[in-house]
Design a protein around this ligand. Structure first.
Ligand code: HEC
Length: 122
């Protein structure tokens, strides 16, 4: 009886830790993401306001998604956003104009950027 009780407490603790770390990973830090957005000059194409009207966007035929468009952003999963930032457009059958940043960003940085991208439609 006591043994199984201890077991469930341990299990509960493990679950809590798992959920907490899951949450931290899933949410990311949009302020940290904003710093990468600036230092990596994402705004050249995506625009400071995330609407895709950056100076370099004018020369591109392909339009980026308006990050302030809630309905459009709800259609895309975090995994897609992570993938395209990490691997670039070509790897996910999108425009090769979108560079991959796997050499410049750690996986956790990408999660922060996704949080920042999402913050435009909040
Ligand atoms: C040289 C221009 C360019 C730069 C710089 C750039 N992107 Fe993109 N990005 C694109 C294009 C073009 C697409 C659209 C690809 C498509 O839909 O085929 C895109 C797509 C995306 C998407 C998928 C949603 C969308 O907008 O269509 C995300 C998220 C994204 N970029 C994030 C970033 C981040 C974060 C950075 C900086 C680290 C960045 N991009 C830098 C051109 C760029």
């Amino acid at each position: 009886m006591i043994k199984s009780h201890v077991g469930s407490v341990v299990l509960g603790l493990l679950l809590a830790i798992l959920l907490m770390s899951e949450k931290a990973i899933a949410e990311g830090d949009s302020e940290a993401g904003a710093k990468f957005f600036k230092s990596l000059k994402c705004a050249a194409c995506h625009g400071k306001d995330g609407k895709g009207q950056g100076p370099a966007a004018k020369a591109m035929k392909i339009k980026t998604t308006d990050w302030t468009d809630k309905a459009a952003m709800e259609m895309v999963k975090d995994d897609f956003l992570k993938d395209i930032i990490t691997k670039g457009g070509k790897a996910v059958n999108k425009s090769k104009r979108m560079p991959g940043y796997s050499k410049k960003l750690k996986p956790a940085d990408v999660v922060d950027l996704v949080a920042y991208v999402r913050s435009f439609s909040k």
